[in-house]
Design a protein around this ligand. Structure first.
Ligand code: FES
Length: 575
């Protein structure tokens, strides 16, 4: 341990150390809680930001795990304080957890700033909690370690494996097509999520937990441990021990995060076949760290990194299998030649040290670079007159015939319009049509909901169609699949070209050329633009009004404009 700080220079000393009436008040309140001076004097105060809640099954175990973190903090000579933070349970929070990611980021930053805290343990995992906590911690700048909730166990139905989300979509379509009945559907409901933990496919949660580890912000190997495995509480205690030393070493996020660390994270994202949502979050995290990052960088890296994780929805296995195969350390070890191994991690050592001895135990789950699942990475960024600032697609999860396609649009003005139309038996639609959903972006959704995997029209489902081209300014769940083109920027709600698409227009997609084109003449587009009317704001007051005024577009990471960057914020006065 390199002791750079002395107890008197701890941030918490300002609250707890001085001989004045205010500090007396702080100390007496700690004693009121049953703590003795010996519990905290001269020790780093560790804030444990816990996103546990009764309604978040992904974090159901974090209430108990916080005690393991505390055990580690006590063991290492720190003073742990657990503070609740917004739980953001993906399945329950409406209209979209994305509406509140920045809310959590603000909450995290301000909780840390306003309390006598020297270092932070960030406990999250369900989709938006990882970027929310990390964005806040980056902006606050205290030493911080991320503790991933970990994935739930595999789902099970009549002896078959079920994957979160992915199999829900699949069997919902089977039910809509009349191939399974109520009884089967109810059994699937009871079997698809059978332990605490995050979704166990390579969805947004698993992708973001892995990205946090690849950035160097979690202990090596932490992100792959299933939530209910005994390794998980051991990892939590280890994180508690480590954060205490990180405070003494003054190992802050800015010393860990640099452009090479973000490149590492993007390479890992591609090798995992990770969620498209991660693009937005990684850009937002980088901007918080003062690092310019745009979607073009994802596309550049995507072309050079193959998908080697054989995990649903791009592949076949689940996160539990990934753990048994060696987990993220094994995957990163396999692709070590593509990574910058000199990057620092929360261990205080280079990434290369963390990967020493990492072994792939199940090569069918983590493929060698020489025999990847897909030769190119997970994400393609397309641009063109329909998406001047870009849009994204996950080619590995799409029917290959749609990677180069030209078809007539069926345009839906909003989600309700789309939901009605796709159920019509007389909808004029073929498998070659391109479904277009408008008003589902950051401002229009609002909160950019995960509507991007538009349902296949019922009429086509019955005839066995399972994929077609779908375009929107929405996001898509990381558990989803199909030829879905997402995050169209600028969004239709603010007048992006998507707003001008009409049913019958021809749209061309060429993934190899990274191109998306609306075949409508400039004069006609100008006429439509002149006739387009800006919709009224979604919110007149409250958080939603602030959100609407300050939210950025998808290509910018959807952060609030006033939260980006690294401008200093004064420490609170203690009077
Ligand atoms: Fe929480 Fe999927 S619902 S990770």
């Amino acid at each position: 341990m390199t002791a750079k700080k002395s107890p008197e220079t701890l941030r918490s000393y300002r609250w707890l150390g001085p001989d004045n009436l205010r500090a007396f008040g702080h100390r007496s309140r700690l004693q009121q809680m049953g703590y003795d001076r010996a519990d905290w004097v001269g020790k780093p105060v560790i804030g444990i930001l816990n996103t546990w809640s009764d309604i978040n099954a992904c974090h159901g175990h974090l209430r108990a795990r916080a005690e393991d973190v505390k055990r580690g903090v006590w063991e290492a000579g720190g003073f742990p304080i657990e503070l609740p933070a917004m739980s953001l349970a993906e399945p329950f929070v409406k209209p979209s957890t994305m509406l509140y990611r920045n809310f959590l980021a603000m909450e995290c930053e301000e909780i840390l700033r306003s309390h006598p805290i020297d270092g932070a343990v960030l406990m999250g995992g369900c989709d938006k909690t990882t970027p929310g906590l990390i964005m806040g911690a980056i902006s606050m700048g205290l030493p911080a370690i991320y503790v991933p909730a970990g994935p739930m166990l595999r789902g099970n139905w009549r002896g078959a494996t079920l994957g979160s989300g992915s199999d829900a979509w699949k069997y919902w379509d089977e039910k809509r097509a009349g191939r399974i009945g109520e009884r089967e559907w109810n059994e699937i409901e009871g079997g698809i999520a059978r332990s605490f933990g995050t979704c166990m496919v390579m969805g947004t949660a698993a992708t973001m937990m892995a990205i946090a580890e690849a950035l160097g912000l979690a202990l090596p190997g932490a992100s792959s441990i299933p939530a209910v495995d005994a390794n998980h509480p051991r990892m939590c205690a280890a994180a508690g021990r480590r954060i205490v030393d990180m405070v003494w070493e003054d190992l802050t996020p800015e010393k860990i995060l640099n452009p090479a660390a973000f490149d590492n994270a993007i390479r890992v994202h591609m090798a995992l076949g990770g969620s498209t949502n991660a693009i937005i979050h990684v850009i937002a995290m980088a901007r918080r760290a003062g690092i310019a990052l745009d979607m073009a960088r994802f596309d550049e890296i995507s072309r050079t990194v193959p998908v080697i994780a054989n995990i649903t929805p791009s592949g076949k296995y689940l996160m539990e299998d990934f753990f048994y195969a060696g987990g993220l350390r094994a995957l990163m070890g396999e692709m070590a030649e593509l990574l910058d191994l000199s990057c620092l991690t929360v261990t205080g050592r280079p990434l290369g040290d963390a990967l020493a001895g990492a072994t792939v135990y199940l090569p069918e789950v983590i493929r060698p670079l020489s025999a990847p699942l897909y030769a190119e990475g997970a994400t393609a960024v397309l641009t063109g007159n329909l998406a001047p600032r870009g849009c994204v697609m996950k080619p590995a999860a799409a029917d290959k015939r749609f990677l180069k396609h030209r078809g007539k649009a069926i345009a839906f003005e909003n989600y309700e319009h789309m939901a009605r139309e796709v159920e019509r038996d007389d909808l004029d639609v073929t498998p070659d049509h391109v479904l277009v959903l408008k008003n589902a972006g950051p401002k229009g959704g609002p909160g950019m909901p995960e509507w991007g995997q538009l349902p296949i029209p019922k009429k086509l489902l019955k005839s066995g169609v399972r994929d077609m081209v779908r375009i929107s300014d929405a996001r898509m769940s990381g558990t989803s699949y199909g030829a879905c083109i997402l995050h169209v920027a600028p969004e239709s709600f603010v007048g992006g070209p998507l707003a001008l698409v009409q049913t019958g227009d021809e749209i061309e997609i060429d993934v190899a050329a990274r191109r998306i084109h609306l075949h409508v003449g400039d004069d006609e587009l100008a006429r439509r633009r002149a006739a387009w009317k800006s919709p009224p704001p979604r919110y007149a007051r409250g958080y939603g009004a602030m959100y609407s005024q300050h939210i950025g577009q998808a290509d910018e990471g959807c952060d609030f404009d006033f939260l980006e960057g690294t401008a200093p914020i004064p420490e609170p006065e203690i009077h």
